[in-house]
Design a binder for this molecule. Structure first.
Ligand SMILES: Cc1cc2nc3c(=O)[nH]c(=O)nc-3n(C[C@H](O)[C@H](O)[C@H](O)COP(=O)(O)O)c2cc1C
Length: 383
């Protein structure tokens, strides 16, 4: 049964659905259709139950201890899919929550399909994101490119929305927060990080982990700007202290993970890893997308994920693991960049990585990408 379901998914998506989607819709149209479908599916709890049962039938538990948590599976859906609508201001976002609108499409359905999911990124204030075409795909290299621009409803509306569904949230999920692009003053950045964490914690929304996203390459911001050792130390130490204070109320520890970009020097990765260890960050996700000129407009930057990110992400992970091993630091490295099948996962596993995040695999392998990759990781199923 399990093998049949895996085969059906692999063959059905690669042979039928993917060609159909790629032929009939641009990346952006396909994304919009998917969000539309997710909004509908979230309103049907029985459907999430069915989709979750199918996933469990294909994906036996493969528990792994990483970043201070015990994960059900070593594959986590990366931030950027389950994050929600953009709004022009906070009042409009909160209003939408109060009227019962599903402002975070996929909040129920995607965890059923994928298992562990990282929600976000959420910023202190809502953001409408960039106008025009913001999403592309490059099938020849199994890559995606985006300049969505951190479109999201803001931490207060996201927290209010999730708090109203506390009992229905998945058993394991992360929340990814980011500083607003354009806020450069370190003290204001720290204030934003703390306000963002408090927004969730004060409403009793206790994720399995929080991720602080230090790298936003598609917002016309300096992508390396938040990734200096000094600033990372200030932001992360404040966040770790805040999460420690919340332990009693949460009834458990909530670890802090950090997400970095793929374009730092080896020395910079080494310095950051030492900072993370010193302040109590439990895992580093490497990496976010790689900022490159957008298709059709070289003046704009857009973040590349998938196949074209794999080599730079491997180099970043190698540098981080090197320093972790040299110093014996208790900071796990979570891979992210072009994990789309067993072979690309094993490239990271060979460096000592025990868990990975993925995004573009959803586009190229379909909604049960995690189940397919996990089977291939174990060498069970032909790739
Ligand atoms: C459309 C889109 C939106 C994204 N938004 C975010 C985001 O809000 N926060 C974040 O940390 N990463 C975001 N990402 C980056 C992914 O989480 C991931 O780091 C990246 O796509 C690399 O993984 P992949 O090679 O498996 O695609 C986004 C990616 C895509 C394609």
């Amino acid at each position: 049964m399990r093998r049949f379901l895996l085969w059906l998914n692999r063959a059905g998506y690669a042979g039928l659905l993917r060609p159909l989607i790629f032929r009939t819709s641009s990346a952006q149209q396909a994304h919009a259709h998917m969000l539309h479908l997710l909004r509908f599916a979230d309103g049907q709890p029985w459907l999430a139950g069915l989709l979750g049962a199918l996933r469990r039938a294909m994906m036996p538990p493969a528990p792994v201890a990483v970043g201070g948590v015990q994960l059900e599976h070593p594959l986590i859906l990366a931030a950027g899919l389950v994050k929600g609508e953009g709004f022009a201001d906070e009042a409009a976002a909160l209003d939408a929550v109060h009227t019962g609108r599903n402002i975070i499409p996929g909040w129920r359905t995607i965890p059923a399909l994928a298992g562990p999911v990282e929600f976000g990124s959420y910023t202190r204030w809502p953001r409408s994101g960039n106008p025009g075409t913001v999403l592309w795909r490059e099938p020849a290299t199994a890559s995606t490119q985006n300049r969505v621009g951190l479109r999201n409803p803001g931490v207060l509306a996201a927290a209010a929305f999730l708090a109203a569904r506390k009992r229905e949230l998945p058993a394991q999920y992360g929340i990814n927060i980011a500083v607003s692009p354009g806020v450069d003053d370190p003290d204001r950045q720290t204030e934003e990080v703390l306000t963002s964490l408090h927004a969730f914690l004060e409403r009793g929304v206790y994720p399995t982990w929080f991720t602080l996203n230090l790298s936003c390459p598609n917002t016309e911001d300096d992508p390396g700007g938040n990734q200096t050792a000094d600033l990372a130390e200030q932001l992360c130490s404040a966040a770790v202290a805040c999460l420690r204070e919340a332990e009693t109320a949460a009834g458990r520890t909530i670890p802090l993970w950090v997400k970095v970009g793929p374009d730092l020097s080896t020395a910079q990765y080494h310095a950051l890893l030492r900072v993370f260890a010193a302040v109590g960050v439990r895992a580093v996700i490497a990496t976010n997308t790689l900022g490159l000129p957008a298709p059709g407009d070289g003046a704009l930057m857009a973040g590349v994920g998938g196949g074209r990110l794999h080599a730079p992400a491997l180099a970043a992970v190698r540098a981080l693991v090197e320093e972790r091993t040299a110093g014996g630091w208790p900071v796990d490295v979570i891979a992210c960049g072009g994990v789309q099948d067993g072979a690309t996962y094993r490239d990271f596993a060979a460096l000592g990585v025990r868990a990975a995040q993925y995004w573009s695999a959803l586009v190229y392998r379909g909604p049960y990408a995690a189940a397919l990759i996990q089977a291939e990781m174990a060498g069970e199923h032909g790739e």
